[in-house]
Design a binder for this molecule. Structure first.
Ligand SMILES: [Mn+2]
Length: 426
């Protein structure tokens, strides 16, 4: 199923009147406080977020999985789903693939399909957290950190294969997330496991093409519950430095212990030029993989405030790779992703509104109250008319969820693919 510009434009007609007056009202207020609204709208329209191929089907928990009718059955259908998201929102111009779940059979066809939908291939993701059919070695006790050299070797070779596949698609980065760790005290030697991990990453880094980046993701616990080899940003940062200038830390919002000050981690990494990638989701307790902005939207805004500051003030830090990393157990995955895309752009737009000059002088004067007022003035601004305008400008839907439902997208996908389909993924 594909959505044409005409279909979306005709739905936009109904909402255009209300949008025009809301946009003019907000523009006047923002222009009065010194903002260039045209520029803001363009920056929002330019903000693109990658969709991971594994988020297009219903995820599962360790207790069960309830599939969504019409889930994509293969890479072609996954690309089609991201194409639908991009047509509706104008915000999902990239897809992030997972190997081996998305290994292409016909590269040319895959590249052409992506190009036609306006999609680029974001970071490639390797998988050494589960054994594949027929694999010679097991990852039960780790991959890049395994005490068995044969397991480590297999895991390194898999990552090299993922790079080769990515090169054929035009991707420019590899994300490594390790499930490696231990469930019990005494199970592994911390120092040796870390040393083996550094050594394996070095081998992967050595095979990285010149214009590629390596993103090293961290996570404090799960699937191992006593220790994880790359447990925090400091360990990831240390390993990235060990590898070299093309290696960076990747921050996943859900990969922190409760109440961690993630915005400060973002600031520290950007200050050192080492924040390479960013995974969005939301959580109440741990790696809950909930819709972005559904639980802690103010924390998301504070994180974006540091991201925007870093993009402007840390020229050594590359422009981060943005991706949603979530799992959808109760909602329609496509509707969930539309909500996440909206929440991300909303937080970004609010961060763009922060009066950085005024904030700096309030900080210098130790005017704590004023500092809070400045941040919250931006946070409390309803920026949704700007987001709608950004979509209108790019031919996307003013109201993506409304359009998705009016066009009955899920029913069409179900008719085409069947009710019992199960997408590869978690
Ligand atoms: Mn992640």
């Amino acid at each position: 199923m594909k959505l044409s510009k005409d279909q979306i434009a005709s739905l936009n007609k109904d909402a255009a009147g209300g949008q025009k007056s809301a946009y003019e009202f907000l523009s006047e207020a923002l222009e009065t406080s010194g903002h260039d609204v045209g520029d803001l709208t363009r920056q929002i329209a330019d903000f693109q977020i990658a969709i991971p191929s594994w988020a297009l089907g219903a995820g599962g928990t360790r207790f069960g999985r309830f599939s969504m009718p019409g889930e994509p059955r293969n890479l072609e259908e996954k690309l089609a789903d991201v194409g639908l998201l991009h047509a509706l929102t104008g915000a999902a111009g990239a897809i992030s693939l997972h190997i081996p779940w998305d290994t292409p059979e016909d590269y040319k066809a895959v590249r052409e399909q992506a190009e036609e939908a306006g999609l680029v291939f974001d970071a490639m993701n390797s998988n050494t957290f589960q054994d594949q059919k027929g694999a010679g070695e097991t990852y039960k006790f780790g991959s890049l950190s395994n005490s068995s050299e044969a397991s480590r070797q297999q895991a390194v070779e898999h990552n090299l294969e993922v790079i080769r596949i990515g090169e054929n698609l035009g991707s420019k980065s590899l994300t490594v997330w390790l499930a490696d760790g231990a469930n019990f005290p005494g199970q592994r030697n911390f120092q040796r496991a870390l040393d083996r991990t550094a050594d394996s990453l070095e081998k992967i880094y050595a095979a990285l093409p010149e214009d590629w980046k390596l993103f090293i993701e961290y996570k404090p616990y799960e699937p191992n519950f006593y220790s994880t080899v790359i447990q925090d940003w400091g360990t990831s940062f240390m390993l990235a430095n060990h590898c070299g200038p093309k290696a960076y830390t990747l921050v996943d919002l859900g990969h922190h212990l409760p109440n961690t000050n993630i915005e400060q981690i973002v600031a520290t990494l950007m200050y050192k030029g080492k924040l390479g990638g960013f995974h969005f989701n939301d959580s109440k307790y741990g790696d809950d993989d909930l819709t972005v902005g559904s639980i802690k939207p103010y924390a998301l805004f504070l994180i974006f405030n540091e991201l925007v500051y870093g993009i402007r003030n840390n020229p050594d830090n590359p422009y981060p790779a943005w991706m949603i990393d979530a799992s959808h157990n109760t909602k329609d995955p496509l509707e969930d992703l539309i909500q996440s895309l909206e929440a991300i752009r909303e937080a970004y737009a609010k961060a763009l509104l922060v009066d950085q000059k005024a904030l700096e002088s309030a900080q210098m004067e130790h005017d704590v109250v004023r500092c809070q007022e400045i941040l919250q003035d931006a946070y409390r601004t309803d920026v949704r008319p700007l987001l709608r305008q950004a979509r209108l400008l790019t031919g996307a839907a003013i109201d993506p969820i409304g359009a998705y439902r009016k066009l009955d997208v899920r029913r069409h996908l179900t008719d085409q693919r069947g009710r019992e389909t199960v997408a590869t993924g978690l």
